[in-house]
Design a protein around this ligand. Structure first.
Ligand code: HEM
Length: 400
């Protein structure tokens, strides 16, 4: 058994010069076995689950809880009495009840119907970029506006307010932000969504939030819970995809052979396999899936006790050589569809069909329309989000 003095701090640090790879200390733990103890900011020592098969088994196990308010939950930061942001941090049956209310717009059929509109958003933003000065920051000119415009349209949130919600969600996903700052940001976002729901209760439109007002009217849903769902979808809907667009582009620019394959192909199958591989390889959610064991669970001869915290970093799961041969190589032709970049089990990403479609449109358009696209800064000068629970780059200067 590991002595407490040897337990490493979590999260672990990435190696300098390897911005796309998981921390070496986590890779070393994976080689030793599927389970290890780590120490969090509050001195607690949950398990970190390093291998793909064990991560999937535990994420699908009904004996683990995602309820952040339970004592012993391995929270990434002090909670200070703050309520969880909607159903992502709740257990069934309440999780399932709330999730069901918003599944319809994220079905593959409904998402596919949005593809032409997303293609237009992408084309228009590229037109603007090409007409403007160079170099340009790809994050502000392209990577953030694409998913923000899409999620605003879907939810019925005015895009004109994007500075407000982007600033507040930036605070929320910054793990160095003080608890008071984070609570204030949640409060502002909740208030904003609450006001918007109030307007839509009076004047409903053809959007997801207006759909929720119908449920408020029937008493199925409180306005407070509807605002929480709105905050969750607004944040999850733009932050993650934006980071996949910018970081994915940088990873391709750093792997010119892979970029050329994608750029020179007209095969939609290659585009979707590139999307899956980049999701696997970059795995931008960096806090790990956090859970609490509700019963004793035996894994690999080791008993996880009821009340033990569990962290499943999907970035290391996606680099498990038993699941993905030669895992540290970016190979857009491999079949990576079984990755865990969208999590696994009942909390598996609700927005994945939308994220996939947006990334397919972006990756099949941007490099064809700007074939000479290249970074306008050295890799060492690019600011990576080492302090974020969603990984990516703060800015990416590009030219062509
Ligand atoms: C590339 C983009 C994305 C990535 C990598 C991603 C990743 C994830 C992951 C790992 C989870 C699981 C959380 C857990 O198990 O604790 C999750 C859940 C979730 N995601 Fe995404 N996501 C992306 C895009 C989106 C989009 C576009 C939306 C939609 C608006 C969205 C909405 C959600 C929601 C609502 C949940 C909670 C599901 C539940 O608890 O039942 N995500 N996402």
């Amino acid at each position: 058994m590991t002595s407490t003095a040897e337990i490493p701090d979590y999260p672990m640090t990435r190696a300098k010069g390897c911005p796309f790879d998981p921390p070496p200390a986590l890779q070393a733990k994976q080689e030793e076995g599927p389970l290890a103890k780590v120490r969090l900011w509050d001195g607690s020592t949950p398990w970190v689950v390093t291998r793909y098969a064990e991560q999937r088994a535990l994420l699908a196990d009904p004996r683990v809880s995602a309820d952040i308010t339970r004592p012993g939950y391995p929270s990434p930061a002090p909670l200070n009495g703050a309520a969880p942001i909607s159903f992502i941090l709740m257990d069934d049956p309440e999780h399932a009840r709330l999730r069901r209310m918003v599944t319809a717009p994220f079905t593959i059929k409904r998402v596919e119907a949005m593809r032409p509109a997303v293609q237009k958003i992408v084309d228009d933003l590229i037109d603007e970029m090409l007409a403007g000065p160079k170099p340009v920051d790809l994050v502000t000119a392209f990577a953030l506006p694409v998913p923000s415009l899409v999620i605003c349209e879907l939810l019925g949130v005015p895009y004109a307010d994007h500075d407000f919600f982007q600033e507040n969600s930036k605070v929320l996903i910054n793990r160095d932000a003080a608890p008071e700052q984070r609570m204030a940001a949640v409060g502002r976002l909740n208030g904003y969504l609450n006001d918007l729901l109030g307007e839509k209760l009076a004047n409903p439109g053809d959007d997801l939030l207006s759909g929720l007002t119908e449920r408020i009217k029937t008493g199925e849903l409180s306005q407070h819970d509807a605002a929480g769902i709105g905050v969750l979808l607004l944040i999850a809907g733009h932050e993650t995809t934006a980071n996949m667009i910018a970081l994915g582009t940088l990873a391709l620019l750093e792997n010119p052979g892979q970029l050329a394959l994608l750029r020179d192909s007209a095969d939609p199958k290659l585009v979707s396999s590139a999307v899956e591989e980049l999701l696997r390889y970059l795995n931008i959610t960096h806090n790990g899936r956090r859970r609490l064991a509700l019963a004793d669970i035996e894994i690999d001869g080791q008993v996880i006790r009821a009340g033990d915290g569990l962290i499943m970093p999907n970035d290391i799961g996606n680099r498990d050589p038993d699941a993905f041969p030669d895992p540290d190589r970016l190979d857009i032709q491999r079949d990576a569809r079984h990755h865990v970049a969208f999590g696994f089990g009942v909390h598996q990403c609700l927005g994945q069909p939308l994220a996939r479609m947006e990334l397919q449109v972006v990756y099949s358009t941007l490099y064809k329309r700007i074939p000479t696209l290249r970074p306008a800064a050295d890799l060492e000068e690019i600011p990576f989000k080492h302090d974020g629970s969603v990984y990516g780059v703060y800015s990416l200067p590009v030219t062509w």
